[in-house]
Design a protein around this ligand. Structure first.
Ligand SMILES: [Zn+2]
Ligand SMILES: [Zn+2]
Length: 300
């Protein structure tokens, strides 16, 4: 189990590795384009090389987070086309940059309801993204959401339906956000609640497809459908809740990626990472061995 974090890529994507290692992160998530804009990422060959060298020196896996504008649940052809193009570009560069995959939100059905026809449409578009580069090993990683508005994928069954409609494509995976699951009513903070939730996850999605956790505490009580991240131990899940869920076997080999506000309001920090590492240690779960940080400077 790795403890990682979303880290700013401002000033150069390759910088995420030294920023991650500086706060003790053992895995990293980043954007490669402005998350509120459609402008497609376009790193140069040289930037891609530097990123790969830095990643090798850091010895940690990397994940992209897709742009927030993506929506596969609507009917607006222009928006659907842009969503496909954005995910294709992210997947293309994930493959070239040695990034595990792109984590993204499926979007909102905007009140139309989530039915079989919608599942087929979403699967057709994601299938198009996958088919564009059949040999690209990078994953499309669906994230569960808080069930706010008409968002698709709050329930594990909705993610499972999309994966089944894709014929169980081997390059499709899932990221479980603990804050979103809790908002959706999955009580990840108690042993019984977590066991029940993860049974449902296994039945609908399968533990084999769980490739990342967004480790976030929450400012909101259980089942409130509100997406409000909180620092680890400061919210309704709490330290005891994280201890409970981290003890579940489904998470044993899965990287945890923080998307918390941070104790100084600047995003995931060393203190949040230390808290999760302390729980990991208490549970006797092995930590990865990482190369010395000094290698990063040499590999610029
Ligand atoms: Zn998340
Ligand atoms: Zn969230």
């Amino acid at each position: 189990m790795r403890i990682g974090a979303h880290v700013s890529s401002a000033g150069g994507h390759y910088l995420v590795f030294e920023r991650a290692r500086a706060i003790g992160a053992e895995a990293v998530q980043l954007f490669i384009s402005a998350p509120q804009q459609w402008k497609l990422p376009d790193p140069s060959d040289e930037q891609i090389d530097t990123f790969r060298r830095q990643q090798a020196a850091a010895g940690i896996p990397a994940f992209f987070h897709g742009v927030y504008l993506i929506n596969f649940g609507g009917r607006d052809e222009a928006l659907l086309g842009r969503s496909v193009a954005s995910l294709k570009a992210y997947r293309h560069f994930a493959g070239r940059m040695g990034v595990t995959g792109t984590i993204f939100h499926v979007g909102s059905h905007l009140g139309a309801g989530f039915d079989g026809a919608m599942v087929e449409r979403i699967a057709r578009m994601l299938g198009e993204v996958l088919a564009a580069e059949p040999d690209n090993p990078s994953l499309l990683i669906l994230e569960n959401n808080a069930g706010q508005g008409n968002c698709i994928g709050g329930k594990f069954g909705e993610l499972g339906a999309i994966i089944r409609a894709l014929g169980g494509h081997p390059r499709v995976a899932v990221c479980l956000d603990t804050c979103h699951a809790y908002a959706m009513g999955y009580d990840m903070a108690t042993a019984n609640g977590c066991a029940t939730a993860m049974e449902e996850f296994d039945r609908e999605v399968g533990f084999g497809r769980l490739v990342a956790v967004h480790a976030n505490d929450t400012k909101q009580p259980l089942g409130t459908f509100r997406d409000r991240h909180e620092n680890i131990g400061e919210g309704h899940i709490g330290m005891a809740g994280f201890r409970t869920l981290m003890a579940h076997r489904a998470f044993r080999e899965v990287p945890f990626l923080l998307e918390v506000p941070g104790f100084d309001g600047k995003g995931p920090d060393a203190k949040n990472i230390r808290r999760l590492k302390k729980i990991r240690r208490g549970l006797g779960i092995e930590a990865p061995k990482l190369p010395p940080i000094s290698r990063l400077a040499k590999a610029r």
